[in-house]
Ligand binder design. Sequence first.
Ligand SMILES: Nc1ncnc2c1ncn2[C@@H]1O[C@H](COP(=O)(O)OS(=O)(=O)O)[C@@H](OP(=O)(O)O)[C@H]1O
Length: 185
Amino acid sequence: MGQRLSGGRSCLDVPGRFLPQPPPPPPPVRRKLALLFAMLCIWLYMFLYSCAGSCTAAPGLLLLGSGSRATHAQPALVTAPNETSPRMPFRAPPANSLAAGKDKTVGAGSQEEQSPEAPDSPSPISSFFSGAGSKQLPQAIIIGVKKGGTRALLEFLRVHPDVRAVGAEPHFFDRSYHKGLAWYR
Ligand SMILES: Nc1ncnc2c1ncn2[C@@H]1O[C@H](COP(=O)(O)OS(=O)(=O)O)[C@@H](OP(=O)(O)O)[C@H]1O
């Protein structure tokens, strides 16, 4: 049967050299370059996407010169007791309570009264949200005992791109309450 098929030539039987040849497979180097380019595009897209989200949400972070992880540098600033930095001049206490501020706290400011007392120093939250119109009260507050794992909870929450957390524990309710909400913002 094979002989019959091969022996008889039909009108569709065209020699292989006249048929259009499929394009040769790309060499491995070109394939690798294409893969690299695709990965670069994906990486760039993800980077720009995450940067756009964090930068538009917290303009203050831009002033700090970094992205959403700028808060990690703040504990170093605040742990020095006599730090005279104009940004974070308050004393950093040992941790036992944390306040986590979320961005886009549009209605937060109207929920609590603002203290008539003028702030004697920039509050940690104000320093963190240094953008115009961003002096807002936090939407969430972490309260915990010493060694209760509050720092770990804060760091876990901070990973979320929509969460803006203070870098240091402000200790507003137990140590700086007398300074008023104007300091706290
Ligand atoms: N998920 C989980 N499970 C068990 N233990 C945990 C967890 N997260 C934090 N930790 C431990 O909590 C201790 C730190 O707590 P704090 O962040 O509250 O410390 S601090 O008071 O603010 O300094 C600290 O304990 P020590 O290492 O003994 O200091 C952490 O190891």
